[in-house]
Write a protein that binds this ligand. Structure first.
Ligand code: NAP
Length: 306
């Protein structure tokens, strides 16, 4: 039987699309990719996803969504979609060497953490450098760390690390913060977090074991200083994971897939949902909502073919 719906990505957008299309008897297959559960698997407490009186851990929330999808019969494949040809009807996709076709595709592969692009960054990744406090904070118990960024992620990472580390230096290149006032206020109230602005991290110092310090530059006077830290957590936003699809699907200048009429891409059979097509909100609940829209639009597309 022709595969009707292929969903790529298992964050809130992909899993919601899977739940809806499964309930519409479209037998969706969902490709998990490398990070099953998406970015929520690297976060701690979530208290803004409706339905839970108490905060729920991000990984737990995604586990519950996955179980819900499985209960409805969704097939979850732990492989990445490595290539697509969206010029064909039905669409052609590759998971490794395996080639298959699908009437529709829902792209929900989210976005990846950005890094500063400093010299030696790659070799120090995991030896002092990180983009995920929840994943790596454990290794910095009672140590002094730096967080770079001025958004909600930087606040959240700093607050998380303040529970583990002896000291957290929050470095941001401007005096104004992009973070929501409530998150900024929480971080400012925390004795262990020291704000350092307007500074940019410009170089990394290391020895054989890993990172030992970060050189920072004042953005007005251009004076520099080196701060000794054991860890540097980069919390400077994300890049949409659209490269595999961009030969066919229109994206904006930042790589976000362009959608019109909710989740429609420039290809009639291809829909996009969640952070891959949302430069504005990037919330779990908005991603889930877009997943629902993509599912219903894919369903209508399939019904119109009959
Ligand atoms: P963001 O809001 O885009 O903030 C990125 C920050 O990194 C900005 O302050 C930016 O500085 C800085 N930055 C970017 N490139 C940089 C560079 N090369 N060098 C130094 N600094 C750089 O990203 P985010 O914090 O990851 O948040 C993304 C979305 O997720 C937001 O909508 C946020 O509200 C949401 N979120 C919510 C929660 C929560 O509610 N618990 C937690 C995390 C994220 P400038 O400000 O100068 O541009």
């Amino acid at each position: 039987m022709q595969q009707l719906v292929t969903i790529i990505g298992t964050g809130p957008a992909g899993l919601t699309a899977a739940i809806y299309t499964a309930r519409a008897a479209l037998k969706p297959i969902i490709y998990a990719g490398l990070q099953h559960g998406g970015q929520l698997t690297t976060t701690t407490e979530v208290e803004n996803f409706p339905g839970f009186e108490a905060p729920i851990l991000g990984p737990t929330l995604m586990e519950e969504m996955t179980k819900q999808a499985r209960r409805l019969g969704v097939e979850i494949v732990s492989e990445e979609i490595s290539k697509v040809d969206f010029s064909t009807e039905p669409l052609t996709l590759w998971a490794g060497d395996k080639q298959f076709t699908s009437t529709t595709a829902i792209l929900a592969v989210g976005a990846t953490a950005r890094t500063l692009g400093l010299p030696h960054e790659a070799e120090l990744m995991g030896r002092g450098l990180s983009t995920c406090a929840t994943c790596d904070g454990f290794f910095y118990r009672d140590k002094k760390v730096m967080v770079v960024g001025g958004g909600d992620s930087a606040m959240e990472e700093s607050l998380y690390l303040s529970k583990i580390c002896s000291e957290v230096i929050l470095v941001h290149r401007r005096d104004q913060f992009r973070a929501s006032p409530i998150m900024e206020a929480r971080a400012r109230k925390n004795d262990k977090i020291q704000f350092l602005t307007p500074y940019q991290a410009i170089d990394l110092q290391s020895d054989r074991r890993g990172l030992t310090g970060v050189k920072v530059e004042h953005q007005v006077s251009h004076k520099t200083k080196t701060i000794n830290v054991d860890g540097l957590f980069m919390a400077i936003g994300h890049t949409p994971n659209s490269a595999v699809f961009s030969p066919y699907v229109d994206t904006d200048e930042h790589g976000y897939i362009k959608v019109t009429d909710f989740t429609r891409t420039n290809i009639a059979a291809v829909f996009a949902a969640g952070d891959i097509s949302d430069p504005h909100f990037k919330q779990a609940v908005t991603a889930a909502g877009m997943g629902c829209q993509a599912a219903l639009q894919a369903q209508r597309y399939i019904e119109a073919l009959a």
